[in-house]
Design a protein around this ligand. Structure first.
Ligand SMILES: [Ca+2]
Length: 350
């Protein structure tokens, strides 16, 4: 055998060995893939999309879009520890809470979209609130449903001199709930206000700081409009950085209505020995919770655990007696953002 033949035999033997290894690895991979599939591992196709854009057409034909982002389900500790700066008693006791996945709007509801709702429902005064949802909520002690009217004309200027890119403001909780029903009817998706627990979970966005993404008030100016930088007025939505889950202005700008009635004892009434699953606040109450602080708040009022609720003076800009159930005139610090549930039967966002 020549040296060339010896070299040739050695190379072909090595190639054969490598080929055998390749075949073995390919077979192993195939077995692994079959095992994963048969064990029911979720496929990408069955999962709800990570985000979607919702477009609404106004009565005048204007198209208005906003983005909804998937908030993955999980557990978190709701409320604040005793030693958190500026803590209030109603932020405790801390409770473990489990949240199912849901969608949350990346921004506060804008004036542009709210004006479309206002113009449509004030002029139309249609049957849109005579829905099953509205009836169920009324039975559950939720919104006081008026079967005939949408919002009454606002006293003064609904925009309060702000541009359409700014958040909707000065709507009562009842008005915000009615907006959600209008939006649901308009789109075929089930829009609603987030619960207080969902809101805090999304505000924390997996972070451990008192502001979620951090505990340092000096970093807030990158993410929030508040008394240090807002110059005594609210600002257009999404001008600051989003939090790690893609949500803008959770901290500051306008406070945000959530679904829950306010109670100082709300957390005491949650289970202490295991996670509370999708808690929805007390069954009844007189006022509702608003979260996140606003453009006029000091930094520590923007903590994820901070809770506020409707106070009497919020109606002081309304000269009407009785006060309107739709409007908080001149209150440019209170707004809301919408959430949407996931239809588990379809694995999609409906
Ligand atoms: Ca806000």
């Amino acid at each position: 055998m020549t040296s060339y033949e010896r070299w040739f035999n050695r190379v072909t033997a090595q190639c054969g060995l490598r080929l055998k290894h390749l075949v073995k690895y390919a077979a192993l991979l195939a077995v692994l893939a079959v095992t994963l599939r048969s064990s029911g591992a979720p496929s990408r196709a069955g999962r709800p999309p990570r985000e979607y854009t919702q477009t609404v057409e106004s009565e005048t034909g204007e198209k208005i879009s906003f983005k909804m982002v998937l908030i993955e389900g999980g557990e978190f500790v709701m409320g604040s520890p005793q030693n958190e700066p500026n803590r209030a008693d109603h932020e405790g006791p801390q409770r473990r809470v489990r949240i199912d996945p849901f969608y949350l709007c990346t921004t506060e509801t804008t004036l542009e979209l709210f004006l479309a709702y206002y113009q449509e429902t004030v002029s139309a005064k249609k049957e849109f609130i005579e829905t099953d949802t509205a009836e169920k909520e009324a039975q559950a002690g939720g919104a006081q449903v008026d079967a005939i009217t949408g919002p009454t004309p606002v006293y003064g200027d609904l925009t309060m001199g702000y541009e359409a890119t700014h958040p909707a403001m000065g709507a009562t909780w009842h008005n915000a709930m009615t907006f959600c029903r209008w939006l649901s009817k308009k789109t075929g998706r089930n829009y609603r206000l987030p619960t207080e627990a969902e809101w805090e979970y999304a505000c924390r966005a997996g972070g451990s700081g008192i502001f979620g993404l951090c505990s340092d008030p000096n970093r807030l100016t990158e993410y929030a409009w508040y008394d240090e930088n807002a110059d005594f007025e609210n600002h257009g939505v999404a001008e600051k950085k989003p939090n790690p889950w893609g949500l803008y202005d959770m901290l500051g700008n306008v406070r945000e209505w959530v679904y829950d009635f306010y109670s100082p004892d709300a957390y005491k009434n949650l289970p202490s020995d295991g996670p509370a699953v999708n808690p929805r606040g007390p069954e009844s109450g007189t006022v509702h919770v608003a979260r996140g602080g606003d453009y006029n708040s000091p930094a520590l009022a923007l903590r994820c655990a901070a809770r506020t609720f409707e106070e009497k003076w919020w109606r002081s800009g309304d000269p009407q007696i009785p006060k309107s159930k739709w409007w908080l005139p001149e209150m440019d610090f209170i707004g809301f953002r919408v959430a949407a549930s996931i239809d588990k039967s379809k694995g999609a966002d409906k």
